[in-house]
Design a protein around this ligand. Sequence first.
Ligand SMILES: [Zn+2]
Length: 234
Amino acid sequence: MPSGTVSARLGDEPVRFDAIGHFFAGFDRNAPESETLFATLSNGQTITRTLAIAPRQWRIERVNVPMRKGGPSAAFMKIRRPELAAINAARAEQTDADGWKQKFIWPVKGRISGLFGSQRIYQGVPGAYHSGIDIATGESGTPYVAPADGVVVLASQKPFSLEGNLLIIDHGMGLNSAFLHSSKIVVHQGEHVKQGQLLGYIGSTGRATGPHLHWSLKWEDSRLDPLLFTGPMP
Ligand SMILES: [Zn+2]
């Protein structure tokens, strides 16, 4: 940020920055071709910069079956609403984590069984795109570690209906990681974790067809591709 910046936003999204003006921001899969960064200075002046967003290719699969009809049942939503409230509250938490500055590492090595952004189109009707990356090691119980420093903002006590045992780590500046389907989580709410520290064990709790780690990254409301943080799987 320019020196003297008192507030900033990217499009409509407020952007946080540290004492020396460093910040983190990311673009959603479905972001427009460009976005404007606004920095308002203490003298009232606003500096803008237009950022071009490079398009990417996504794995799209067209299937000749209709998309499943009908929304979730009332009985399901009764269970789901408090789960969503817990997830939203955790993601809104602001901690002193500064993992956002780090080069991220893979939480576990394995086969990538689902790419971020992949999507099925059912007889022309697009389904939701995959919001994270799936890593399969072939068995349950494989340990996984923190990709960067952070603070635990959610470690579910019992499995959530879709995510199973869910762990959310805040990396600071609005950036957070979620890890789904664990067989076991070994860290606790409020705990500071270091990059490489054991977080839990891979499983297939919640809605999962086999043991895998679904890792998703979000900055504010934008879903980000973990591959852009780690580079290719070694
Ligand atoms: Zn997944």
